[in-house]
Unconditional design. Structure first.
Lengths: 73, 417
């Protein structure tokens, strides 16, 4: 959650990101997305295949967590 | 005399000419538009008010609205597009130059000389003497008032006016933008775009792509069916910090931008479906410099003033874009102003300190580093440009310059007559 918040570069100062907020609407641009993808793969030692990287899987913190879990198991 | 024909200088020149002033605009490139044409920046920011809904409401009346409407009319821009809370006008850089030519050519009082560089500026009691150069020919001339819309405070520095500059470690980073051709338009549809993102991250992880390729952003302009890619560069090299006023650094970032573009395209050709015939279609004439010198003016506009949307008695424009700091090449840091009313820009921050005939507009006006990160965008540059164009014309007639006089002139002169 903190990682995603950091990558979103405080789109709204003082506002907290919820796990079900739509990240694209919150300002997830390609820089933030690339850095997030890099960090996820490094931090959780998982490889996210291209086929898994779709809008549905990365639209919320919750869906990202599910995607990571799926790759780790 | 207007130094520079970017968004600010173009607006200043046209509005000064409409006031009846015999106006000379000097531009070092071969077209108007500055960043919007020669650096291939392909969306106009700061044109619209920040709103929750998707309605495009102009932040500044007059030239910004007139120019944006002309871009849309000429089919040189897509419909205004919402990006989070912000609204931008995606445009076609070539079309921007055409629309600018068309509007400028209608002004009989406006003389535009492309391919000219200012080489000397000296303010006297009666006016401003200056010299410009074109391919080794020097010409001396005189103006009753002057607008520095050079983006780099060039005219101000030549006239020995005070300027300041943020240190190279904190300066806003430059953007390198290039055109791409040879891909089907659907290569950037929803999930396909994510495949590009995935491939670039893999390329950086494996070392096949330089780190600077991270964040490469692709945007399609619908009206021209063109694709542009933007890469933010750090501008540093070893111990040598980014310095957008030094030819060594400017040359380096242009070369680096071209190299990244070449490597990125070569990589994407083999890794992403639909990119196998991808090519770089155009390089910019120069990298997109976001910040360099800032001119010292009667009022220094601060980031804090913008954040609290301070009202000024001598307000001449609205600064509708939030503070967008790009002190690193790792993406922007945004700060949004409070309330619904956009922050104002006072006339004092466009009046060069200690002079009543020397004005400044665009990204080098009198602002601190944070405020500059908001006022540097093209929509706002057009708004500050039109205000100083009118101010310089009023001053050329030896009449008193005030925000009220500018406002009154704007009401009469907003549309071409």
């Amino acid at each position: 959650m903190v990682m995603v918040q950091e990558q979103l570069m405080e789109p709204d100062e003082g506002e907290e990101l919820e796990s079900t907020d739509n990240l694209f609407e919150a300002g997830l641009d390609s820089m933030a997305l690339m850095q997030l993808l890099l960090m996820i793969q490094d931090r959780f030692a998982v490889t996210i295949p291209a086929s898994e990287l779709n809008r549905k899987n990365i639209s919320t913190v919750r869906s990202i967590a599910l995607m990571i879990q799926k790759q780790a198991t | 005399m207007i130094a520079g024909g970017g968004s600010a200088g173009m607006a200043a020149g046209i509005m000064a000419a409409r006031q009846g002033a015999k106006t000379l605009l000097l531009e070092r490139q071969g077209m108007l538009g500055g960043m919007a044409t020669t650096a291939l920046v392909h969306s106009v920011c700061g044109l619209y008010r920040m709103r929750e809904d998707a309605k495009a409401v102009y932040a500044n009346p007059g030239f910004p609205e007139e120019f944006a409407s002309a871009l849309l009319r000429d089919r040189h821009a897509d419909a205004p597009t919402k990006m989070g809370r912000l609204m931008v006008l995606p445009h076609h850089p070539t079309g921007f130059a055409q629309t600018a030519d068309q509007i400028a050519q209608g002004e009989s009082n406006l003389q535009i000389w492309f391919h000219t560089e200012l080489t000397r500026v000296e303010e006297g009691t009666e006016g401003v003497e200056f010299e410009w150069s074109c391919r080794g020919t020097q010409v001396r001339a005189c103006a009753r008032s002057i607008v520095d819309a050079s983006g780099d405070g060039t005219a101000s520095v030549l006239a020995a006016k005070a300027t300041e500059q943020t240190s190279g470690s904190k300066l806003q980073r430059p953007a390198y933008i290039f055109g791409l051709a040879g891909m089907p338009f659907e290569a950037f549809a929803e999930d396909n775009r994510l495949r590009v993102v995935h491939a670039i991250v893999e390329g950086v992880r494996s070392g096949a792509l330089p780190k600077a390729a991270m964040g490469a952003q692709f945007r399609q302009i619908q009206v021209s069916q063109e694709v542009f890619c933007t890469v933010d560069l750090s501008g540093d090299q070893g111990d040598s910090l980014y310095d957008p006023l030094h030819p060594a650094c400017l040359s380096r970032i242009d070369r680096e931008g071209r190299e990244i573009a070449g490597r990125l395209v070569e990589y994407l050709r083999t890794k992403v479906e639909g990119f196998n015939k991808c090519q770089v279609s155009q390089f910019p004439a120069r990298a997109g410099v976001r910040e360099s010198r800032r001119v010292i003016t009667e009022h220094l506009l601060t980031g804090d003033e913008l954040m609290r949307a301070q009202a000024f008695p001598d307000a001449i424009a609205n600064a509708a874009w939030p503070i967008e700091l790009r002190e690193t090449a790792r993406g922007p840091k945004w700060s949004y102003y409070e309330g619904e009313e956009p922050p104002q820009i006072p006339l004092g921050s466009l009046q060069v300190k200690g002079s009543d005939r020397f004005f400044v507009a665009g990204r080098c006006l009198g602002a601190d580093h944070r405020a500059q990160a908001a006022i540097r965008v093209m929509g706002t540059c057009m708004a500050t440009g039109q205000a100083v164009g009118i101010a310089a014309a009023i001053r050329a007639e030896d009449k008193p310059v005030s925000a009220e006089a500018i406002g009154k002139a704007l009401e009469c002169r907003a549309e071409p007559t």
